[in-house]
Ligand binder design. Structure first.
Ligand code: PYC
Length: 317
């Protein structure tokens, strides 16, 4: 019989448009109180093994995004949340925020209506509709750089925009590879090379922040969608959903280019065919994206940590 570390981590899993979220309801690291950005730093520096135990193999997968529920600092929030993945920590996460709201509803902690959740990059609103769909009112989003030229190994000159949607994105409007599941390897290879070229050329987000999400666009496969995307996440997994923060960054670019008006609907299709519906609102010259999607709860479990398990704390790169 394996010796138990005494730790059980209660999680609820869901997927939003195919992209998985694992919400840590209890048993995660105790990060105390204070600004969420500081608690995320504490998570990173003192408790990173929890991140790996929760989302990495053998319990998780490269695609899984974790969401640690924390007490919020801001008044009137349903919860605070810190998102993390196979290699580190996120600012916001659109599909994850939709998963968090579905999870809080599943737990009976919230009912349909308007809620707020606090993330390390700001408070977002979340409207839980009677249908179970969720509309996230994201943090302010904007385009930082336009028509940036990078020389990408094996592909040559590629142009794209740098935009913030709660994470930093490089957005390539015209992808040289067909965006469908048959081209996953080629898409991953291309976007990974784009990321490497950005790092080589020291092209960053604001204040030198690393651009760790690459988003490329092509023709939608569904008649009810405006575009289809492929998003490479920081740990080299691709987003199965249309990526909430990536769609926010796209909306910021479209609005700034005059291609989308305030309140106009943009339907972003993902590589697996799921849809996020987005629009923007402008307040005092600041642009706020709204992203609607649906999460489905698909597991509720206790993660068991046993001392004799050589991979108790996950397989790390
Ligand atoms: O939906 O914002 C998102 C997201 C970021 C990384 C994976 N999903």
């Amino acid at each position: 019989m394996m010796k138990h570390t005494g730790m059980n981590i209660h999680v609820i899993d869901s997927h939003t448009g195919g992209e998985p979220t694992r919400v840590v309801v209890s048993g995660g690291p105790n990060l105390g109180s204070g600004p969420l950005v500081e608690r995320r730093e504490l998570f990173r520096t003192r408790f990173d093994s929890y991140r790996s135990a929760i989302v990495n193999e053998p319990r998780g997968s490269d695609a899984l995004v974790g969401a640690l529920l924390c007490e919020s600092e801001e008044a009137g929030c349903a919860s605070g949340v810190i998102f993390f993945n196979n290699v580190g920590y996120l600012g916001m996460c659109g599909h994850g925020a939709i998963g968090v709201i579905a999870t809080l509803a599943h737990l009976g902690r919230i009912r349909p209506g308007l809620h707020r959740i606090e993330t390390p990059v700001g408070v977002v609103s979340a409207e839980l509709h009677e249908t179970g769909e969720v509309t996230i009112g994201n943090v302010e989003s904007y385009r930082l750089l336009t028509n940036v030229v990078v020389n990408v190994e094996s592909f040559g000159i590629i142009r794209g925009d740098v935009a913030w949607g709660g994470n930093w994105f490089f957005l390539v409007a015209e992808c040289p590879i067909v965006i469908d599941l048959g081209h996953l390897e080629a898409l991953t290879d291309f976007t990974w090379r784009v990321r490497q070229a950005l790092a080589r050329d020291k092209i960053t987000g604001a204040h030198g922040a690393e651009i760790d999400h690459i988003e490329v666009f092509g023709q939608a496969s569904r008649p009810d969608a405006n575009s289809r995307n492929f998003v490479l996440c920081p740990g080299k997994a691709y987003d199965r959903s249309p990526c909430g923060t990536g769609t926010s960054a796209k909306l910021a670019c479209l609005y700034t280019d005059g291609k989308l008006g305030e309140g106009d609907v943009w339907r972003q299709e993902s590589i697996v065919g799921s849809i996020f519906e987005g629009h923007v609102r402008v307040r005092d010259g600041h642009l706020y994206p709204f992203i609607k999607g649906m999460a489905h709860i698909n597991a509720e479990a206790n993660l068991v940590l046993t001392e004799a398990d050589p991979f108790c704390w996950g397989i790390r790169p």
